[in-house]
Design a protein around this ligand. Structure first.
Ligand SMILES: [Zn+2]
Length: 129
């Protein structure tokens, strides 16, 4: 018998019922369920690659695409013009909004712009806040 089942048995035996029982189970489940550990940089990179692969872009071709975007745009943010040492690649029309990972939908962005823009289109976003 699980810890929760045992506790439940005791609560029922003690006359607890209805909403109090439901609340108690929810609290126990929350206490038992471990919170997911913070992702490492490598795990985050892997997650990103799997996400790309689910969109039909392999990790290998993402590397090729990324280099092509950097070659075209240079090490300069398309949105604010700042020069970047570690360019991020932004989906101009976000993937979540039906954008693609084709070159015409990608540009170099600095981290502040890319983080601030999130899943907005360039016109919705309107620049770093
Ligand atoms: Zn920028």
């Amino acid at each position: 018998m699980s810890v929760i089942a045992t506790a439940l048995k005791h609560l029922i035996a003690a006359g607890v019922s209805g909403d109090d029982l439901v609340r108690a189970v929810a609290e126990m489940e929350a206490a038992v369920a471990p919170s997911p550990p913070a992702r490492t940089a490598r795990q985050e990179r892997n997650r990103r690659y799997y996400e790309l692969r689910s969109q039909g872009v392999s990790a290998k071709s993402w590397g090729v695409i990324r280099r092509a975007v950097i070659k075209r745009d240079g090490y300069r943010c398309r949105y604010c013009g700042v020069s970047v040492t570690v360019p991020q690649i932004d989906h101009i029309m976000p993937l979540s909004r039906g954008g693609s990972s084709r070159l015409k939908n990608l540009c170099v962005a600095c981290k502040p712009c890319n983080s601030s823009k999130r899943d907005m289109t360039a016109s919705e976003w309107g620049g770093v806040q």
